[in-house]
Design a protein around this ligand. Structure first.
Ligand code: ADP
Ligand code: MG
Length: 410
């Protein structure tokens, strides 16, 4: 059996979590749904096909417009152990690559569009198990785009010859003429359009020092009507908290990887169907769970990284309606993190320390939480969002840094 998606994400790519819409895009591909993903440069488009390429049976065929770009990506993929090759005019090992393709020995094959549309290549694909077509820089298919490539127009007949193979188009170009044209040219339905950007304006972020967590969570739940997820740090904590929170009268269940698979499946199904259930879970809960009306996500302790926090809290409010993200933390979370880091391979310690420092910045700030999250992902947000705890109720301690600075320079 192949490892599950979060395990692959971590073990092969070394990432603690998905970023932005990656989770959604990968989920669609794993479910065989045609998709156009519009994601800003640097958002991590490659992962959206490389991860399914590894997870799915068969080879993922990637169409990419520039040989140099292709070879960069090829090297990066090979470096993490993905079985990848390319067929371009400068590759000498065509015969070997063709054999590997037929033998099911490749996860990823990069080709140029003019190659992809040729009859010889099509014959080769007929003898190959194909998992996915990925069309990178998909704006090249549109005359509206800034980089029209007539060869991209020849891809459609190829895609249509394999109607059961999902297709994923990717681009950073977001203007709506180009976008609509890509959908039409590549035969992707309108509901397959996914547009990124890291901001989730409907989520209200709040951070609280832990101070009697069961009561804090019970109060939180009492003030909420819709379904919610409480992330707890350990399996034991999920069960204990579920029991306590169940006393609020809200339907409450636990979820973690140690539960009997039947109970886990039943709890998940009950949550998806429910309009008011609280799920107390480890982070094993979430990936592939498409429940748009989750109204709140609470973290009972510090998550492992800002990426993880963003991804987990991002499960709230996918329907665009108001939703809340609450993070409860204590100094002991940082002590535990320090201890965990101390036990790691020294090579990994620096990165992990940086993750914890970044989280420290998020929980201790007196300024806009959203701005901190967005800056972490390379966006340049306005100074205040008006929809986080600090923007709504500026803390009196907001001058702490200034006071400290005065003190230090005195
Ligand atoms: P794009 O094609 O959208 O411009 P890339 O696929 O080249 O972006 O990825 C940009 C960078 O983001 C790469 O360095 C990649 O390793 C990194 N990256 C991708 N996904 C993640 C993730 N989930 N967490 C952390 N870094 C990521
Ligand atoms: Mg790219």
């Amino acid at each position: 059996m192949r490892p599950d998606i979060p395990t692959l994400l971590h073990n092969i790519f070394g990432f603690p979590a998905f970023r932005g819409v990656q989770e959604q895009v990968v989920g669609r591909i794993m479910a065989g749904q045609p998709t156009l993903a519009i994601m800003p440069t640097g958002a991590g488009k490659s992962l959206c096909y490389q991860l399914p390429a590894v997870a799915l049976d068969g080879c993922c065929v990637v169409v990419s417009p520039l040989i140099a770009l292709m070879h960069d990506q090829l090297r990066a993929a090979q470096a993490v152990g993905i079985r990848a090759a390319s067929l371009t005019s400068v590759d000498a090992d065509w015969r070997e690559t063709q054999d590997r393709l037929r033998n099911g020995d490749l996860d990823l094959l990069y080709v140029a569009p003019e190659r992809a549309s040729g009859e010889g290549f099509r014959n080769l694909l007929r003898a190959t198990k194909i998992a996915l077509f990925a069309i990178d820089e998909a704006h090249c298919v549109s005359e509206w785009g800034h980089d029209f490539r007539p060869d991209y127009r020849l891809l459609r007949p190829l895609l249509d010859e394999f109607p059961d193979v999902p297709r994923l188009a990717l681009t950073a170009t977001a203007d709506h003429h180009t976008r609509d044209d890509i959908l039409v040219q590549l035969g992707i339905p309108r509901d397959g359009l996914i547009i990124a950007g890291f901001d989730r304006p409907n989520i209200r972020y709040a951070v609280h020092p832990r101070d009697g967590l069961p009561r804090q969570l019970s109060d939180l739940i009492a003030g909420q009507t819709g379904p919610g997820i409480v992330y707890a740090p350990t399996r034991a904590a999920t069960e204990k908290l579920a029991e306590i929170l169940g006393k609020t009268g809200r339907p409450t269940r636990a979820y973690h990887a140690g539960l009997d698979p039947r109970i886990r499946a039943a709890n998940q199904a009950a949550f998806i169907a429910s309009e008011d259930m609280v799920m107390v879970a480890t982070i094993a809960f979430g990936m592939g769970i498409d429940k748009p009306d989750v109204r709140f996500v609470a973290h009972a302790a510090l998550p492992k990284s800002i990426e993880g926090y963003y991804q987990e809290s991002g499960r709230a409010g996918r329907d665009g309606e108001p939703a809340e993200a609450h993070l409860f933390w204590g100094a002991d979370d940082f002590a535990r993190a320090r201890q965990r880091i101390g036990e790691l391979d020294p090579l990994r310690q620096q990165g992990e320390r940086a993750r914890i420092t970044a989280l420290g910045g998020l929980v201790e700030t007196g300024t806009c939480r959203r701005a901190i999250l967005l800056r972490h992902f390379g966006e340049n947000p306005p100074p205040g969002c008006g929809n986080c705890d600090n923007c709504l109720n500026p803390p009196p301690s907001v001058d702490v840094t200034q006071t400290a600075r005065k003190f230090l320079s005195a």
